[in-house]
Design a protein around this ligand. Structure first.
Ligand SMILES: Nc1ncnc2c1ncn2[C@@H]1O[C@H](COP(=O)(O)OP(=O)(O)OP(=O)(O)O)[C@@H](O)[C@H]1O
Ligand SMILES: [Mg+2]
Length: 259
C-alpha cells in the first residue's frame, strides 16, 4: 500500500488507567494501520480495550505510551473528520429527525441550500425521508440508530468509528442494519472501524477483522476477508457461509476464547 493511503496509524500504543492498586493496563503496545476505504471490525473479549482503542482514534483519550496519527498528523482531539456512533444513539431529543441530521452541516457553516441537499440525501440513504418532521423520541431503537448514522454521515467524515452500534437491537433489526451499514459504506466511500461482539457480524461487514486478546489488550491477529463484497452480489445482502467462512469463524472464536 502506498504511504498516502494510510488514514490511521497506531504506533506502540499502550494505555493505562488509574494508579497503584487501581492501575489497569487497558492496551499493551498496539500497532495498527487503517488504510483508506477499509472496513475494520474489531473483536475481542469484554474489557480487552476495544472502546479505549476507538476513543484514542476518535481523540477522546490520549495514550499513555506510543503515538496515534490521523492523516499523518498526531491526533489532538475529536473533530468532524472522525464521526462516532455509539451503542445507544446520541441524538438531540429536542430536535426533529431532520434537524438532527442537519445539525452538523449547520455547525460547519454550510449554506442553507447545501444543508438541505445533504440532509435530504442522508435521510433518503437511511430510508427515513418521510419521517423528517418526527420527534426522535417517537422512533423505534433501530430508527434512532439510523438517524444517528445519518447524523454522523451528514458531516461527510473521512472515517466512521462505531462502538457496538447494533448491540442493543433485536436480531432481525440487527441483520437489516448490517445491510444498511454495508450499503452506506459503499455509497459514501468512507473508512470504517467498528467494534462488535459478534463474529458473524464482523465477517459479514469487514474487509479486515482485528482480533484482540483479553486484558491487557494486544492485537492477536488481523484477518483479511471479502464476504462483504460478495454480499453486494446477492439481492438479499445475505452472505454465503462456505467452508472457509466456518474455518475462519472457528479460528477467531478459538483466539478469543483461549488467549
Ligand atoms: N475511563 C476509564 N477509567 C478507568 N478505567 C477504565 C476507563 N475506561 C476503561 N477502563 C478500563 O480499561 C479496560 C478496557 O476497557 P474498554 O472499555 O476499553 O474495554 P472493551 O473491550 O470496550 O470492553 P466491552 O467489550 O465490555 O465494551 C477495562 O478494564 C476498563 O475497566
Ligand atoms: Mg467497549
Amino acid at each position: 500500500m502506498a504511504e498516502n493511503s494510510q488514514l490511521v496509524k497506531i504506533e506502540d500504543v499502550s494505555m493505562e488507567y488509574g494508579e497503584g492498586s487501581q492501575r489497569t493496563v487497558a492496551l499493551d503496545k498496539i500497532n495498527l494501520t487503517v488504510n483508506k476505504g477499509e472496513f475494520i471490525c474489531v473483536l475481542g473479549p469484554s474489557g480487552c480495550g476495544k472502546s479505549t482503542l476507538l476513543e484514542i482514534i476518535a481523540g477522546y483519550q490520549f495514550p499513555t505510551k506510543g503515538k496515534a496519527f490521523f492523516q499523518g498528523k498526531p491526533i489532538k482531539g475529536p473533530d468532524w473528520h472522525k464521526g462516532v456512533v455509539f451503542q445507544s444513539p446520541t441524538l438531540y431529543p429536542w430536535l426533529s429527525v431532520e434537524e438532527n441530521v442537519a445539525f452538523g452541516p449547520k455547525m460547519r457553516g454550510l449554506d442553507s441550500k447545501e444543508i438541505k441537499e445533504k440532509t435530504e440525501n442522508f435521510l433518503r440513504q437511511i430510508d427515513l425521508s418521510s419521517e423528517g418532521d418526527k420527534n426522535v423520541f417517537d422512533l423505534s431503537g433501530g430508527m434512532k440508530q439510523r438517524v444517528a448514522l445519518a447524523r454522523v454521515l451528514a458531516n461527510e467524515p473521512e472515517m466512521v468509528l462505531m462502538d457496538e452500534p447494533l448491540g442493543a437491537l433485536d436480531a432481525l433489526t440487527r441483520l437489516n442494519m448490517q445491510g444498511l451499514i454495508r450499503t452506506l459504506w459503499k455509497e459514501n466511500k468512507n473508512t470504517v472501524l467498528m467494534i462488535t461482539h459478534d463474529v458473524d457480524e464482523a465477517l459479514a461487514l469487514g474487509t479486515k477483522v482485528v482480533v484482540m486478546s483479553k486484558q491487557p489488550g494486544t492485537i492477536l491477529k488481523e484477518i483479511n476477508v471479502d464476504y462483504t463484497y460478495t454480499a453486494f452480489q446477492s439481492d438479499t445482502h445475505r452472505i454465503e457461509m462456505d467452508e472457509k467462512y466456518l474455518k475462519t469463524k472457528e479460528e477467531i472464536l478459538g483466539l478469543i476464547t483461549y488467549n
